[in-house]
Design a binder for this molecule. Sequence first.
Ligand code: AHG
Ligand code: MN
Ligand code: MN
Length: 329
Amino acid sequence: MEQTTLVQHLQHQQKFLGATGEFTSLMNEILVAAKIISLEVNKAGIGGNILGVTGNINVHGEEVQKLDEFANSTFVNIMGKSGTVCAITSEEMENPVIVSEEKAGKYIFMMDPLDGSSNIDVNVSIGTIFSVYRKKSSGDSVTKDDLLQKGANQVAGGYIVYGSSTMFIYSSGSGVHGFTLDPSIGEFFLSHPDMKIPVRGNIYSVNEGNQIIWDDRQVKLINYFKDFDEKTSRPYKGRYIGSMVSDFHRTLLKGGIFMYPKDSKNPNGKLRFAFEASPLAFIVENAGGRASTGKERILDIVPSDIHQCVPLYIGSREDVKTAESFLKD
Ligand code: AHG
Ligand code: MN
Ligand code: MN
């Protein structure tokens, strides 16, 4: 059989990078959690107790879905026992989970356990986004600086899409690689080696319902994408799923730009730096694309809070540069 499994791929990368194996173990544990969540997402609706809301509101003021909670606790349990991480932060938890010393490893794991969760009940693709950092400080305790690192310090970033098939996409700094789950045997196989995003696309992706609360520059940018110009394939197509992981996945494969701008209600946009913007920025740059706030490279940001939001423009290099040219002062 010619196919490469994700585990084989990780082991090969490990040899290539001269790594110790702790990172490979960590990634293996992510895979286990991903398979459990994939199975649960696929059968959501059967049995009648996994769809719908929990009745709780998270730290971002959003309704917590039962699957959000399921995905969060699955990752916390599995990663917490893996022996590879010392801290876990999550969009769904106000405070970090600090792993007890005897079970702690050298990595920090950050996640949006279920992205696009408002789409669960309508059977639209959702996903998990994750990011891995190395503990910076030398003592036993996890410091604020360990949890608030610059995006560029990521050891790995990735996401899992629970879509018409389940896919696992990751980068540890040497290319972006995509794997598809064969659900009959529970194994991920390499299906998209060394992914590259087109230099320019012809799709823009944004919640245009917010136009009234955007500033002028953002309105002008969208009007530009909708203008007629044969040379630059305009007007662009508009596509917006409302699950960032799915909108991003399409952008990675087909090119174009995904945006969540600031607006008068959310002066820093809606998307979370550590759990959404930074891991996908790491992926897009490793695939030859670009990610910025419109003014600043996402991976250059050092967050001041684990739940900090940032405006986001991410995708094909030329399309993001176009956005920046409209947004500069
Ligand atoms: P989450 O489900 O993790 O809270 O994230 C939802 C995010 C993102 O996936 C999506 O792109 C965006 O929110 C949609 O927001 P709007 O409904 O404001 O367009
Ligand atoms: Mn999200
Ligand atoms: Mn989420």
